[in-house]
Write a protein that binds this ligand. Structure first.
Ligand SMILES: [Zn+2]
Length: 246
């Protein structure tokens, strides 16, 4: 019975994509899959951010359904994965599908609490280029404290490289958002955004490549005060465009 339901669901999904969003590639728009689940958020203002980006089309998939869309055939229907999820469980099959997508060059833009996803899967931190520790842990014999967070902080975001495609044309800007402290950033990433705000880690936006994929992480994005910030909208739009290029 479960298999039948799943098959019908997948069939409906295919029909839906076939009639609607598959035409996006034809009209030159970037097809985005927005992954959510595992952490609450203000859905309407969040999705309004994506509706405001004219050269993309998107659909949202919520866990536990998201991993089905990491399968090779389903992944043909989008160009960029936007991760706004904070999920824990992942099967070996879904891990392999996810890594395989990145080895082929599927772009990834990870936002905000996606830094805390899959805490038991070490490769995920290597994919994102950083990690928010939900609890203190011992890594390489060194005890590391849990990461921290603070809501509603007004602070200045500094553009580390105004010539990079993700931050091109942008100047330092102010935002009211949740800050994260004490999280890991891989030494191999290219910093794009920094801040001197004391409740925050220094580097709050970066990019790197994993496999053939361009991966961008932007720490900002807790709620509507970020989603509606024009500088944040521009960052997310430019990150999607950058990640979509092979
Ligand atoms: Zn948050």
């Amino acid at each position: 019975m479960r298999t039948i339901v799943l098959t019908i669901t997948m069939l409906l999904l295919t029909i839906n994509l076939g009639e609607g969003e598959n035409t996006m590639a034809e009209n030159g728009k970037i097809r985005v899959l927005v992954v959510t689940g595992g952490h609450g958020f203000e859905r309407e203002p969040f999705l309004a951010l994506f509706k405001s980006i004219e050269d993309i089309t998107f659909r949202e998939v919520e866990h536990p359904k998201a991993h089905d869309l990491f399968k090779p055939d389903a992944a043909k229907q989008y160009d960029v994965l936007v991760l706004y999820d904070m999920w824990g469980n992942i099967t070996d099959e879904a891990k392999a599908n996810f890594v395989s997508l990145l080895k082929q060059g599927k772009g990834v833009v990870a936002l905000h609490h996606a830094l805390a996803g899959y805490p038991a899967w070490d490769e995920y931190a290597r994919i994102i280029g950083g990690k928010f520790r939900l609890q203190k842990s011992v890594e390489g014999g060194v005890e590391k404290p849990a990461s921290t967070f603070k809501h509603g902080v007004r602070f200045t975001v500094k553009i580390a490289d105004p010539n990079h495609p993700v931050t091109k044309g942008m100047k330092d800007f102010e935002i009211v958002d949740e800050t994260y402290g004490n999280f890991d950033v891989s030494p191999n990433v290219k910093p794009l955004l920094t801040t001197d705000e004391p409740t925050s880690g220094k580097t709050i936006g970066w990019c790197h490549t994993y496999g053939k994929s361009r991966v961008v992480y932007i720490q900002l994005g807790h709620d509507h005060t970020a989603y509606e910030n024009p500088h944040y909208r521009r960052l997310v739009a430019q990150a999607i465009r950058y990640a979509s290029a092979k």
